[in-house]
Design a protein around this ligand. Structure first.
Ligand SMILES: NC(=O)c1ccc[n+]([C@@H]2O[C@H](COP(=O)([O-])OP(=O)(O)OC[C@H]3O[C@@H](n4cnc5c(N)ncnc54)[C@H](O)[C@@H]3O)[C@@H](O)[C@H]2O)c1
Length: 246
């Protein structure tokens, strides 16, 4: 997969899955704009530059419209365009519905779903102009099958899937594809809070028998971003060790 001459923007790329995606796209030759809320974005951009690829860190809250405008304007001012958008930033605030606060709901919907709308809308002009683009959004198997304690997170992730299918239809005639990836349980900070007992139980539900790595998700993103994936749009690709087979 050759992504040289492509400019990619990866949100929430300071650690975990986003970091692995940013590094993988750079390895395939892309120039990568690394976004995160935290200063970790700068570390990842430095890591990419150390490997000889151009990279820029932009700290911004992808749930905020003015921040996203600044993020995309900075990317375009620096590199001229955005060819590949990876909507990866996401948080979870788990709670049984009966105890879920308005804030838990709003924070998750804002960071996990509104961000996808804001970032996609912001990069679309550049993609439409050049009649080429890749929009890849990180959903979750929880958005497909639900999970107790995650009504907010599941709603946001299911929303990403509906959004992806709608815009895939909207922009298909302009050479732009939109796909979602639904990871299962991936070994990152997000899943580090699981107790050892829970981990063992979980592994029994994964046909392949182990948690995935951030790199497993990054490989799928690199493929969907490539020229080779040009005929794939509006799809949800599960990267989950076989947990959800539909
Ligand atoms: N880890 C898993 O098992 C798993 C499974 C399914 C889906 N996912 C999804 O994959 C994505 C990445 O997850 P992860 O496990 O790497 O999580 P993580 O918590 O390790 O990393 C998420 C990153 O996003 C950043 N971020 C959070 N809010 C932000 C905001 N408003 N603006 C910009 N950046 C922000 C954080 O600072 C952090 O660096 C998320 O969308 C998550 O929902 C993860």
């Amino acid at each position: 997969m050759d992504l040289s001459n492509r400019v990619a923007l990866v949100t929430g790329a300071g650690q975990g899955i986003g970091r692995a995606i940013a590094l993988r796209l750079a390895e395939a030759g892309a120039t990568v704009v690394v976004n995160d809320l935290a200063e970790t974005a700068e570390r990842v951009a430095e890591e990419i530059r150390a490997h000889g690829r151009p990279s820029l860190a932009v700290r911004a809250d992808v749930g905020s419209s003015p921040d996203v405008t600044r993020l995309v304007a900075t990317a375009i001012a620096s590199y001229g365009r955005v060819d590949i958008l990876v909507n990866n930033a996401g948080i979870a605030r788990d709670q049984l519905l009966i105890r879920m606060s308005d804030e838990d709901w709003d924070r998750v919907l804002n960071t996990d779903l509104k961000s996808v709308f804001l970032c996609t809308r912001a990069v679309l002009k550049s993609m439409l102009k050049q009649r080429w683009g890749r929009i890849i959004s990180i959903a979750s198997i929880v958005g497909l099958v639900g999970n107790p304690g995650q009504a907010n997170y599941a709603s946001a992730k299911a929303g990403i899937i509906g959004f992806t299918r709608s815009i895939a239809k909207e922009v298909a005639s302009r050479g732009i594809t939109a796909n979602a990836i639904a990871p299962g349980f991936i070994d990152t900070e997000m899943t580090q809070h699981l107790a050892e007992g829970q981990r063992q139980e979980l592994k029994k539900r994964i046909p392949l028998g182990y948690l995935g790595s951030p790199g497993d998700v990054a490989e799928a993103v690199a493929f969907l971003a490539s020229e080779e994936a040009r005929y794939i749009t509006g799809q949800v690709l599960s990267v989950d060790g076989g947990m959800v087979m539909a």
